[in-house]
Write a protein that binds this ligand. Sequence first.
Ligand SMILES: C[S@@+](CC[C@H](N)C(=O)[O-])C[C@H]1O[C@@H](n2cnc3c(N)ncnc32)[C@H](O)[C@@H]1O
Length: 298
Amino acid sequence: MPGPGRFEIIPIPGEPGGVALRRDGLYLCAEADGRVTLSREQIGAWEIFRLQLLDPVALPAGAAQGAEGEKSEAPRKTVRPLVIDRLWRGSDPFADFPAERYETDTQGWGSQHRYLTDAIDAFSPRVVVEIGVWKGASTMTMARRMKERSLDGVVIAVDTWLGSYDHWVSDEWRASLRFEHGYPALFGTFMANIVKSGLTEYVVPLPLDSINAAHVLRHFGIRADVIHIDGGHEYEAVSGDLQVWWELLKPGGVLIGDDYDRGGSWPGVRRAFDEFFNALGLFPFEHEGGKCRILKPA
Ligand SMILES: C[S@@+](CC[C@H](N)C(=O)[O-])C[C@H]1O[C@@H](n2cnc3c(N)ncnc32)[C@H](O)[C@@H]1O
């Protein structure tokens, strides 16, 4: 951000009280990670602010945070409301979700891996993106850790909730998709799990395929501190995921990949990771118990 200076206040037609703030041809933008940047050349939903004159006398008791000797209340969450605003136009998908209609089923694969909780502990992330959510087991591992640490952050859960090819061809996993008139109801299982585990304040679902989801986040200026890639496990799927999601990882952030087994059952995953990070000069990288992790240079 440049130093102090004058902003031009531009009223927004059709948005009572809404203004954009412009300086040197750039508009102020409220980023999803809580920062305010002077970065955009056009006005979108995230460049619209509401100005408010604060009268300190009128502030409710305890509102003046940080005063010495004062007991602070639970920290205010800023990231999730912003993400809900951007991705869901302010309408929370968990609101009034009928969780009781779904059986609790939190089966997953490697969903408690220490790389997931390590990432939360080490990065105190504001934005985590998981690609490949299934019933939500790994999402819950990360979201629960964020809740335990009272972080102001969110896991954006990206999945079509339509399953991968390997789920469609196995009788066992096909049953988990819970077809209703030819269409999977897996999304309901995921939503109910998040509601029942009390983690809705740390999760935002994004029911899209990985590539479209990446474009949506880029469009809304959302970048991730931590990314967990566990979507399609074929070579083409993993290569595509790495290409779009690495770009959306903040410098200094970490990308975790699932089913990276040298000599294991997913050779396409290994090949895609090895090729991608070889080309970036970041090979070899750490891996353990089926997951790998790579830090993005700051
Ligand atoms: C192995 S499961 C994820 C497991 C989950 N992370 C856990 O720990 O239980 C893979 C998921 O990726 C999703 N998926 C596959 N291809 C996808 C794509 N192109 N975009 C979004 N999701 C995809 C499937 O619907 C499935 O739910």
